[in-house]
Design a binder for this molecule. Structure first.
Ligand SMILES: *[C@@H]1O[C@H](CO)[C@@H](O)[C@H](O)[C@H]1NC(C)=O
Ligand SMILES: *[C@@H]1O[C@H](CO)[C@@H](O)[C@H](O)[C@H]1NC(C)=O
Ligand SMILES: *[C@@H]1O[C@H](CO)[C@@H](O)[C@H](O)[C@H]1NC(C)=O
Length: 293
């Protein structure tokens, strides 16, 4: 598949990871940011696995905008998470690691782009629709029971729609102009709609040392699933992979630079449904050393 990227599939992943590089300096705190309609409860297993692999690590799942509150506009959530995370960062001399699930991965990007002195080392994006979402999943049907995905843009690309988190990353490939004009979040983060802060945001984002993208074809919610690796549909709903995205070519938010620096790792894992990423031991077990040192 995408051979020029560092892709590890299933068993191979376990072979490549698992070399214990942890120093004697102690482990950096790990902060977990949850996704849509969930909260800290869902991450107990992941926290336990990290603590087993790296005893003494302070793992915190941020208890904010849980469940229904996760529908709040993403910029509002970014601000809230920032207020809780910033003091933790300031306490952590050697920096922290961020694991961000699903919608949380977009919140983390917002945070990393707009916080000029963050000290996040690894940013683990766990099945997160980084290039947007365009799919009739159950979640969508819950909110727009009478809408087909092709009509959701009527709601989402309006000032009212943009007050909901899911509309902030709704990316209808057949409505490019409306997306570019109305998206107050994803189009700005990706630099698809140019803005004054772009250079600054890119510089902030590039303070991370490692970006790990994890996702897979059996996810069932993230649509297209390639969005977890920055791939997305073109107007014909054919996948355009990350490297061929216009904003990658322009390096508008630093992705190309991260890749060139060797600081981007992409994992494609099959057999994992969306709700199981954080409870699947195989996904995490061998890789904690690789990701969280
Ligand atoms: C772990 O981190 C949290 C903040 O995320 C802090 O409140 C707590 O005191 C820390 N615990 C230890 C044992 O350092
Ligand atoms: C989409 O499909 C149409 C019809 O097959 C084709 O003419 C057009 O070039 C395609 N566009 C892209 C971006 O691939
Ligand atoms: C856990 O992950 C492995 C590796 O990707 C996968 O084969 C397996 O089906 C997953 N199990 C569940 C319950 O998600």
């Amino acid at each position: 598949m995408r051979s020029s990227l560092n892709i590890n599939v299933n068993g191979l992943l376990l072979l490549l990871c698992g070399v214990n590089l942890a120093g004697t300096l102690g482990y950096k705190p790990v902060i977990i940011v949850h996704g849509l309609f969930d909260g800290p409860k869902q991450f107990l297993m992941m926290s336990r696995l990290i603590q087993e692999a790296h005893p003494g690590t302070n793992v915190s799942v941020i208890d904010l905008y849980d469940n229904m509150a996760s529908l709040k506009p993403l910029w509002v959530q970014v601000q809230g998470f920032k207020e809780l995370l910033y003091p933790i960062m300031q306490e952590a001399e050697n920096g922290i690691h961020l694991i961000c699930f699903s919608q949380g991965g977009l919140i983390c990007r917002g945070l990393l782009s707009t916080l000029p002195d963050h000290n996040v080392q690894s940013f683990i994006s766990l099945s997160s629709p980084q290039a947007g979402q365009y799919g009739d999943t159950d979640i969508l049907k819950m909110f727009f029971p009478h809408y087909l995905k092709a009509r959701v843009f009527h709601v989402c690309y309006s000032s009212v729609g943009q007050k909901w988190s899911i509309c902030n990353f709704w990316n209808d490939p057949h409505q490019r102009e409306r997306f570019l004009k109305s998206s107050n979040y994803l189009a700005l983060l990706n630099g698809e709609r140019p803005h004054r802060e772009m250079t600054e945001w890119r510089k902030n984002f590039l303070r991370i040392n490692k970006l790990v993208l994890i996702g897979g074809p059996d996810d069932g919610v993230i649509t297209p699933w390639e969005s977890s690796h920055f791939g997305f549909y073109d107007i014909n709903e054919t996948i355009v992979e990350m490297k061929n995205q216009e904003w990658y070519g322009r390096d508008s938010f630093g992705l190309k630079t991260l890749h060139a620096r060797g600081d981007l790792a992409v994992y494609v894992l099959s057999g994992v449904k969306h709700g199981y990423w954080h409870s699947n031991e195989t996904v995490f077990r061998g890789c904690i050393e690789e990701w969280l040192t």
